[in-house]
Design a protein around this ligand. Structure first.
Ligand code: NOJ
Length: 708
């Protein structure tokens, strides 16, 4: 690609660094001049030099745009087509936070594989996924797009998605490249308000927030999208510490960097540049290759180079990365790579793809409460009440191409059991006759939550909870009927208050195209729920941020019997969350015992074998997510009270006992320092194992000798 690069004019190179929307090409430019074209201040020449396009919708559109573009292109360098395929193209899978609840990277990979097969038929080459942002704040609307609060789980899920998109390699059909986002620490927006400032220690960055982006890159992500926020006061889009020191230096990555939508220009609002020329300067020197939907580079880079303020090699390096990506995707051989409406008709929304989505959905719901009321059987008569009883749009935000009204709603899926349906949340709307019908039902199933659009980008909430009306509906039903099953549809952990007194409570999130079938299958016991929470559920807003892998403090609160006044606690609420990370019930009952470690005293070169017996004390077969956590009691710096190190999902038949084995090695006992280096200390570690971060059994082991 170097030879090709040498033949490009400066203008052509700068063009490669511009990404714009497809409507710049497909509509009559004269019509558009009043709108976005004018806003970006791009003339036709610059538009037809753009290196990539975002947000194409279908094969015909893609082919038309690429054709038009190539007709005018001197070098016939095809454009790259990028889009947001977040949890499926047309076959929609559970939202990422739900998928994370499956604790199954294998399922995430399957989701990404189907997404790539479908999306590539529309000529999409790159998806803006996965979102590897860690978040401890359910107020932030975008937690729905991520995998929760734990670095290991997020890293595993992100890496699996990347692998699923790539499939067996770009030379094979049905594959797309992945752009990991949003680099970096976007999920730590202050007060959970989207786009807000991020102020974080280097320790948190290196140890907690950065590792999952790296995992996605190691798995093969070819692009990195910068985030809207600042880190150390510098907008991430132009942040040389992140884009040069960490990404290129520390990680040795050659991934293409791309801004978020308009985020390069937004450094004006951040107040770190006073005009678009300075914006371009900060972008290119900061390490940004592609500018999405703003035009600082297109309009100012040339002058900056002519003036000698920007060296041409910065441009060359960025453009070379972009050209290499195009080459690796095979665009020079076939600029229309994959785009085919015939193929789309054959495979998109196929039975096999919907079946794959159903499988993931069944494993993504989390049973939070159950006093034995679930599962019910086919003879059980239910009253199905609440706004989500007949809501079709429960496939989740970011479904973009997905068809939310093509699938059954709950009342349709549960038609054989349902003797009364009403979606009105207002208690006043229920007549005397309604009440009689509700009382005639064996069980009331309440379908509550937030609309799918209430989570996602720019949809932060100061109080993530149910509406007042829905809470009143719950209280009223609770009073008049003894058996209440609550289903929750939401894109973030909720503060649940009295809802936790439901006889059963199922966190459904948004489960994609097959939501209703998956929920039906769980309610009827055809599926035994196995999901676990990837994020803690706070008791109230004041507890936020609340997360399982926190530090101990110098005055830790030791629990109910601790009567010391001067300890780290609240006067008005417990320290513990309502539901902790890793928590989730099953229709089976799993008991943990006999935790064994091959060596109680070990050295850095040892590989430790850890085994634990898990018995299913019920007659029902079920899956359990067995989790192993470590606590490093004494380090050079204070260490988290526990960190997830291993997990595995196992089928255990009714009354069966299984011995689960894990291996641990030096890396698991090492940790990151504020300067990003990794160290290992001798001393005691507590090893916890259980079905939640609120685990059941533990043992202490000792590391003798150290390397670092
Ligand atoms: C803005 C969002 O922050 C990002 O996640 C998305 O990929 C881009 N827009 C492109 O649609």
């Amino acid at each position: 690609m170097k030879e090709l690069l040498m033949t490009l004019s400066r203008k052509e190179k700068i063009g490669q660094m511009l990404q714009i929307a497809p409507f710049f090409f497909v509509k009559d430019l004269k019509v558009e001049v009043a709108g976005p074209v004018e806003a970006l201040n791009l003339d036709e020449e610059k538009i037809f030099l753009a290196g990539s396009v975002l947000g194409i919708g279908n094969p015909n559109e893609m082919i038309e745009v690429q054709q038009k573009y190539l007709e005018k292109s001197r070098h016939k360098i095809p454009m790259l087509f990028m889009a947001d395929i977040i949890h499926g193209y047309k076959t929609i899978f559970p939202v990422p936070i739900a998928m994370a609840s499956s604790f199954s990277p294998k399922l995430a990979q399957a989701c990404a594989r189907v997404s790539a097969l479908e999306a590539s038929t529309s000529g999409i080459h790159v998806t803006f996924s996965p979102m590897a942002d860690l978040s401890r704040d359910p107020r932030w609307g975008r937690v729905v797009e991520g995998f929760g609060e734990d670095p290991l789980l997020i890293g595993d899920m992100s890496a699996a998605m990347v692998k699923g998109y790539i499939g067996e390699g770009y030379d094979k059909p049905g594959t797309i490249a992945s752009c990991v986002k949003h680099f970096a620490a976007y999920g730590a927006a202050e007060a959970g308000r989207d786009y807000n400032t991020v102020d974080m220690s280097r320790l948190s960055l290196y140890s907690t927030y950065l590792p999952s982006y790296l995992r996605a890159l190691e798995a093969g992500a070819r692009l990195v999208m910068t985030s809207f926020n600042t880190v150390d006061g510098v907008p991430c889009t132009v942040n040389p510490f992140l884009l040069r020191e960490v990404l290129r230096g520390r990680w040795g990555s050659n991934a293409v960097t791309i801004s978020d939508y308009d985020s390069l220009k937004q450094i004006l609002a951040h107040g770190v540049a006073e005009n678009m020329k300075e914006v371009a300067y900060r972008g290119v020197t900061g390490g940004l290759d592609i500018e999405m939907q703003s035009a600082a580079y297109a309009n100012h880079l040339e002058t900056l180079i002519e003036e000698g303020r920007v060296e041409e090699h910065l441009l060359d390096e960025a453009v070379l990365r972009i050209l290499e990506l195009k080459k690796d995707l095979g665009l020079f051989e076939d600029p229309y790579r994959g785009a085919s409406s015939e193929l789309a008709d054959k495979i998109v929304l196929s039975e096999a793809h919907l079946a794959a989505s159903l499988e993931v959905a069944k494993e993504s719901a989390v049973l939070l409460e159950n006093d034995g009321i679930l599962p019910f059987n086919k003879e059980t008569k239910i009253a199905l009440i609440g706004p989500y009883a007949t809501e079709r749009n429960i496939i989740g935000p970011w479904h973009w191409h997905g068809c939310w009204n093509c699938h059954e709603h709950l009342a349709e899926a549960l038609v054989d059991q349902t003797i009364f349906v009403k979606s009105d949340p207002s208690v006043e709307s229920y007549s005397h006759a309604d009440v009689q019908k509700i009382l005639a039902a064996d069980i009331v199933v309440l379908a509550l939550g937030e609309k799918e659009w209430e989570s996602g980008e720019a949809h932060s909430k100061s109080n993530p909870t149910l509406s007042k009306e829905q809470k009143e509906l719950f209280s009223w039903i609770r009073r008049i009927h003894p058996k209440v099953v609550t289903l929750l549809f939401n894109g973030r952990p909720f503060i649940l208050d009295d809802i936790v007194t439901s006889n059963a409570l199922l966190e459904c999130w948004f489960l994609g195209s097959m939501s209703s079938q998956a929920i039906r299958s769980i309610l009827l016991g055809e599926t035994n729920p196995s999901g676990k929470l990837p994020m803690s559920f706070p008791r109230n807003v004041g507890q936020i941020p609340i997360y399982y892998n926190h530090l101990n403090t110098g005055r830790p609160y030791l629990g109910e019997h601790d009567h010391n006044e001067y300890v780290s606690k609240y006067l008005d609420v417990k320290n513990t969350p309502q539901y902790p990370f890793g928590y989730g019930k099953s229709y089976s009952e799993f008991v943990y015992e006999n935790l064994q470690v091959s060596k109680k005293v070990f050295s850095p070169t040892d590989i430790l074998q850890v085994t634990v017996d898990v018995t299913n004390h019920s007659d029902r077969d079920g899956q359990e997510i067995v989790q192993l956590y470590l606590y490093d009691k004494v380090g050079r710096i204070s260490r988290p009270v526990q960190e997830l190190k291993r997990y595995t999902k196992v089928w255990i038949h009714g009354q069966e006992k299984k011995t689960i084995a894990f291996q641990l090695s030096e890396k698991d006992f090492s940790y990151v320092m504020p300067d990003g280096s990794t160290v290992l200390d001798s001393g005691e570690f507590v090893l916890y194992v259980g079905g939640s971060s609120n685990h059941t059994i533990e043992t202490t082991i000792t590391l003798k000798g150290t390397r670092a």
